[in-house]
Design a protein around this ligand. Sequence first.
Ligand SMILES: *Cc1c(COP(=O)(O)O)cnc(C)c1O
Length: 248
Amino acid sequence: MTASQQPSAAPVQRVAQLRAALGGVRARIAAAERAAGRSPQSVTLVVVTKNWPSSDVRALAALGVADVGENRDQEAAPKAAACADLALRWHFVGQLQTNKAHSVVQYADVVHSVDRPRLVQALDRAAVDRGRRIGALVQVSLDGDLTRGGASPADVLALADQVVAAAGLELLGVMGVAPLGNRSEPSAALAAPAFARLAGIGAGVAQAHPKARWISAGMSGDLEAAIAAGATHVRVGSAILGARRDLR
Ligand SMILES: *Cc1c(COP(=O)(O)O)cnc(C)c1O
């Protein structure tokens, strides 16, 4: 590897910061598992690295993170390429346009935001073209605002059936984002009932498709509520990487 190809490393201080924050989030997850009477490590942490550089992804991988999440293809594609030598599982968690499907299936192992028939078709075609099979979660709208992404609860089972019928996709379960509170931030108070609803919808999907048992729910502010409601995967960004900032 030449010097110019050498992956950039995070500064020592940044690594220490990430180690401490990651430890804090892991402790929160462990405490929530205990409080809910769930087995240790029954919840998978997906670290959402959006807005942060690939040097942070490398540092997190060295700290034992195996699952990373991104929400914009434009940012995720080069970052995943820069980290291709690491054995990471990449989760695409953001709203996705059908014209990005070909790019996303090149690096994503799981797409959490499958919310409409045309997107199922586009991802399936792209995955088959690439000779890949991509994990898919049906994103459920928990606030009735479909502009934020997610399918209406009434449409979830039909979408799940469509994913199961798609050769390039493997249905893994459901995903949801808690409704926004009045400060346009995810609201902890609204989270618990929303995650309970998501768990019920996920149980319906799992009844029809017994292998599809993932429930992706919970972020920095509401992961405890999600774990209490049965989340199998939490997607945590700012509590580990810090408050959002523009990508430098
Ligand atoms: C950014 C993002 C997260 C992580 O949110 P934090 O509040 O930073 O933990 C989780 N899920 C999705 C869909 C996101 O876009």
